[in-house]
Design a protein around this ligand. Sequence first.
Ligand code: COA
Length: 318
Amino acid sequence: MIYSKILGTGSYLPKRILTNADLEKMVDTTDAWIVERTGIKQRHLAAPDENAVTLAEEAGRAALDAAGVKPAEIEMIIVASTTPQMVFPSTACLLQDRFGIAGCPAFDLNATACAGFMYGFSIADQYIKTGAIKNALVIGSELMSRIVDWNDRSTCVLFGDGAGAVVLGASSEPHVLSTHLHADGTHKDVLYLPLGTSKTPSLETVKMTGNALFKLAVNKLGDLFDETLAANHIQKSEVDWLVPHQANIRIIQAMAKKLSLPMDRVTITLDKQGNTSSASIPLALDAAVRDGRIKRGQLLMMEGFGGGLAWGSALVRY
Ligand code: COA
């Protein structure tokens, strides 16, 4: 049997920080409201000369270094991004050029929004498990600051910029135990960004019905945990870490409760980073791996959800 294994992780966060106090000067909001309703205290914002490719390159190189894998050994590049530098060439192709590794498949996932990283992770896992490739680079890279309406207090306080990456490689030991993906287009109206051919000429901004999305996330992710554990005949008590998408601390708390996990067994980055969409799961994973909280052999439940609605999970023996 061939399994995929997380060989290394990496992160990149732009230097500029926007605090809740800064936002108080921009829209009718308060630090207290944002912290109480979301858990977010600050977020990073990309500089004008940064884009999805530059962020992805920083995170990708850090993950390759951590994995001890050379760019030339990568056989597939997947970049999840709702904010690509261009519609095409894909961010993944532009990144491949920077890495000088022409030839391997490279593509973006953007329609899966904040669930994009879980989709990319699952696709790479399938290719590795079948023996088609040995190593894949999976990255979430987002500049949400470029697609939020900075006059809309109900969305602009939520998001941030950043990139997170993992190198997945083939292993004879079971590491990635299973991945699970879902989508339900009937919920297309709760979160969307009308871009491209649907509305021309300019990029529009994120539209969201927050409380409907909140309830959908809690329900769908609860079912997803049941499905993921059942597929592996694993009890929730065996899970060591929840590595969730970082949208709202109250959603994350509900998910931790569903797994009967204390909050110190949940990777939290949203207080410092906000919701970085498809970058948030690898950013949270990398932070906990690098500071030694997540250790080899521990069992991780990773989950993401986003516009579509799209959602997905992975159960990983790290
Ligand atoms: N500051 C102050 N007040 C704000 C505000 C802000 N930044 N944003 C909204 N409000 C107000 C609303 O106008 C509303 O006022 P009203 O009662 O006078 O109409 C009130 O706060 C409550 O709004 P509501 O949307 O019901 O709040 P909420 O408790 O649902 O929290 C979210 C809003 C967005 C934080 C929450 O719904 C959420 O996180 N949803 C999920 C979002 C998500 O996951 N998005 C990403 C998916 S990938």
